[in-house]
Design a protein. Structure first.
Length: 559
């Protein structure tokens, strides 16, 4: 590099020093006391796109137009005034991005200036920041970032609300299709939520199927309006792979600072608690936090925790309800009904703990535990009483689409040496959620092994009719809604007659659920339905009571 000796100021003293400067990876130049270039190395020349002879001896403003208004000009001025070294970072789009700049005062008020390109380090740092503060799948702010936003708002004394949003049926979509379909739904939900963002509305993803929306309060603003906007985002179906689509529902819980609490750490739990209250309503819905919900949330957390633990000696048991045929004389089958006497909460409703098991992903664990007991009892009855009657076991939608569960189900049948023909898989309500290729394979395997398939609560949904051709159904259980209408509503009676005729025409076994009155039995018999389940004949019985009433009686009569 050619060196020039300035008229005034400081130059490079030796060839050795120049050689060192030329081997540097940083850009370097030397300014004299008139801010003229005394020296510039090759790296700096490449950065500014100039040859040395175009630069040396010239005033800095001639080389960098607009220099006087720039940040670096102010820093240079400060360094010369204080005679102290200054380091800083700045972005120069014309020269390749971010640079670390070091200004070192030298004798006679000259400056040595070092330029280090740190653009790659900056980009790496930005990526690391993205990993730390943004969700990798959706690009939305994550829990950590949303917490910082909330902390900032609270420190500023602002009022704001949390909208805790949970996708109700994402687990079903993952089970019925695949996890990539579930991810596609999450991304689509994020895109729709992002349309609501502005300077007062912040949208983030917590994890899994949960999102959080922070809304800064405005005068006379009704939070219901925002909740309705959120629900509107779920009115249209979400695209899946292979041109498929699915409707997704969302439950939203709302909690506010300072109305519900003054402590930020309480806000997410309160909003989550309200979200579970919203889940009690079918379809997309929202609920505001109320203090009474906290006890309900604690109860749910305890149930969920108990379901995740070992279920031996945890209070789980099952009852059986007889199914009666042939003019009320013969036992045609039984239905297994799960029960739970919780060690802390006492007797729990099956509707409560089964819903928690479905939502928490522990339903397979629970059902497998119950199957051990059911199959053991069936084998025992077979040995002692010659048991040869079908036992119906309820399967929720997520179980129907779970091949791992069915593998375990079939393994247990072999382990207890129970004939598959003695089992009946009963599809619970919302069977439409379970219709997929995986579900069909599981049900077909059941049929191949001799296990019967029954559809429960039949007739309460228009789409249920089509399932008779889609699912390999052996038995139809008519919903108790129609049974209760016998003798009270002519239209319902007409529909009931049509359902009975339909079942007979496709050669499906038929059973009426929830029979309680003599007139119901008479009407059903007159219309060729002679298989019943309900309190008219018997309530769900504990095993000992069932044995005494139905099994030991037969042994005594034979003797």
């Amino acid at each position: 590099m050619k060196k020039e000796t300035p008229a005034t100021g400081t130059g490079i003293g030796t060839i050795k020093a120049e050689s060192v400067l030329e081997t540097m990876t940083d850009g370097f130049y030397l300014l004299n006391n008139r801010l003229e270039f005394n020296y510039i190395n090759e790296v700096a020349c490449r950065l500014i796109g100039r040859e040395p002879e175009e630069v040396l001896g010239r005033y800095i403003l001639d080389i960098f137009p607009g220099f006087e208004e720039s940040e670096i000009a102010q820093r240079i001025k400060l360094a010369r005034q204080t005679n102290e070294k200054i380091e800083f970072e700045n972005h120069f789009a014309d020269y390749g991005g971010w640079f670390h700049i070091k200004l070192v005062p030298v004798e006679n008020r000259g400056l040595a200036i070092y330029w280090q390109n740190i653009d790659q380090q900056k980009k790496l740092k930005e990526k690391l920041t993205d990993f730390a503060y943004f969700d990798f799948l959706t690009g939305l702010p994550n829990r950590r970032k949303m917490t910082e936003i909330a902390l900032s708002l609270k420190e500023k004394g602002k009022k704001f609300s949390f909208f805790y949003l949970n996708l109700d049926n994402l687990k079903f979509i993952n089970a019925l299709y695949n996890y990539s379909s579930g991810d596609k739904v999450i991304v689509s939900v994020a895109e729709r939520l992002r349309t609501l963002t502005d300077k007062r509305c912040h949208v983030g993803r917590l994890e899994g199927d949960e999102f959080i929306i922070i809304l800064e309060s405005a005068p006379r603003e009704r939070l219901e309006k925002m909740a309705e906007k959120l629900l509107d985002l779920f009115k249209d179906p979400f695209p899946l792979a292979d041109f498929q689509s699915a409707y997704v529902t969302a439950s939203i819980g709302i909690a506010c600072i300072p109305f519900d609490t003054k402590r930020l750490r309480d806000l997410v739990p309160y909003a989550e608690t309200a979200m579970y209250e919203a889940k009690k309503i079918k379809g997309s819905s929202y609920a505001f936090y109320r203090p009474a919900m906290t006890a309900e949330r604690e109860r749910r957390v305890l149930i969920e925790k108990s379901l995740m633990e070992c279920l031996e000696n945890s209070g789980f048991y099952f009852t059986v309800q007889p199914q009666i045929a042939d003019e009320g004389i013969n036992l045609s089958g039984i239905e297994v009904l799960a029960r739970w006497k919780h060690p802390v909460l006492g007797e729990l409703s099956p509707l409560e703990f089964i819903e928690v098991a479905e939502q928490s992903g522990t339903i397979a664990h629970l059902t497998t535990h119950l199957l051990h007991g059911v199959l053991q009892v069936i084998k025992d009855w077979e040995k002692r009483y010659g048991w040869n009657i079908k036992t119906a076991i309820n399967m929720t939608p997520s179980l129907l689409a779970n091949p791992v569960f069915f593998d375990e189900f079939f393994r247990l049948l072999e382990h207890y040496d129970v004939c598959p023909a003695l089992l009946e898989v009963e599809l619970t309500e919302h069977a439409e959620m379970a219709y997929s290729e995986t579900t069909m394979r599981n049900l077909e395997m059941c049929r191949e092994k001799g296990i019967s398939i029954a559809i429960d609560d039949f007739g309460t949904g228009f789409s249920m009719i089509s399932y008779l051709t889609q699912f390999p159904i052996n038995k139809i259980k008519i919903d108790r809604y129609f049974i209760r209408k016998i003798g009270e509503d002519v239209k319902s009676e007409a529909v009931l007659k049509s359902l009975i005729h339909l079942a007979r025409s496709i050669e499906c076994e038929l059973l009426a659920e929830g029979v309680e009155r003599p007139e119901e039995i008479l009407f059903l018999k007159e219309n060729s339905c002679t298989n019943f389940q309900g309190y008219y004949y018997d309530k769900p019985l504990k095993l000992k009571d069932f044995e005494e009433k139905y099994l030991m009686k037969n042994i005594i009569s034979i003797l």
